[in-house]
Design a protein around this ligand. Sequence first.
Ligand SMILES: NC(=O)c1ccc[n+]([C@@H]2O[C@H](COP(=O)([O-])OP(=O)(O)OC[C@H]3O[C@@H](n4cnc5c(N)ncnc54)[C@H](O)[C@@H]3O)[C@@H](O)[C@H]2O)c1
Length: 258
Amino acid sequence: MSGVLAGRTALVTGASSGIGRAIALRLAEAGAEVVAADVTEAVVEGGAPVAGPLAALSPASRFALLDVRDEAATQALVADIAARSGRLDVLVTSAMVPGGRGLPDTDAAEWERVTGVNLRGVYVSLRAALRQMLAQAPVAGERGRIVNIGSQHGMVAAPGSFAYGVSKAAVLQMTRQIAADHAAEGIVCNAVSPGKILTGKTGPAVSEAVLEYSRARTPMPRLGAPRDVAEAVLFLASPQTGFVNGHNLLVDGGWMAA
Ligand SMILES: NC(=O)c1ccc[n+]([C@@H]2O[C@H](COP(=O)([O-])OP(=O)(O)OC[C@H]3O[C@@H](n4cnc5c(N)ncnc54)[C@H](O)[C@@H]3O)[C@@H](O)[C@H]2O)c1
């Protein structure tokens, strides 16, 4: 398979829908063997499950049912990838559940619901992948690459979404932590933080109030598309990005600059 990721194996979590789906398809288009993992095959924005278009781009790629809150299942999936493909070269953590409550309404159950996927689920994915990457031989000086999906709302407050914002801030810190702790071992870890991305989903994420707020905060005259984020992830997943580590690449139309 030709492409910048030819011969590489990638695991993308939250890959059935939205941004994760676009990332999985983009990495497959770039030649990677992609495992698109998600807790469901159902597509949030509607349409066909990711498995079909994924296999059309890269025949060895596949969907895997995975709940990132399940540590044993996540470790088993990583082990399965390593057994089938020899190694895991790239991890992208995109799985998330939305959370839209302020602190007074964030009871323990809501905190657990949101952070269980968006924070603990990322930690579980990172640990499983990192342990595999550290155990494999370096290729051109690298054992593996990680791209975490953060958010502009991990850098400034997520309005009324306490657990979500806290989780995303933690994801950015996990990125820096891994980059610093494991660079010497050949691990490259970066983050991509989207601004407002229109994935096609309906509901609170695209309420008129949210869209108005997002447009007011975004200097560019449009909001983002999943492909915008996927291109940035490909950049950071590519071995051509030789000396970028611990970085948080904003794909936000200038939101955080204004
Ligand atoms: N859409 C935006 O405007 C925006 C902005 C900033 C950051 N982000 C980030 O981008 C990423 C993707 O967001 P999206 O808008 O595409 O979301 P989405 O809701 O469209 O997709 C999230 C996916 O995660 C999966 N998922 C949920 N719980 C899971 C679990 N326990 N295990 C495995 N998979 C699980 C869902 O099934 C879904 O397919 C998230 O990390 C989100 O925080 C999105």
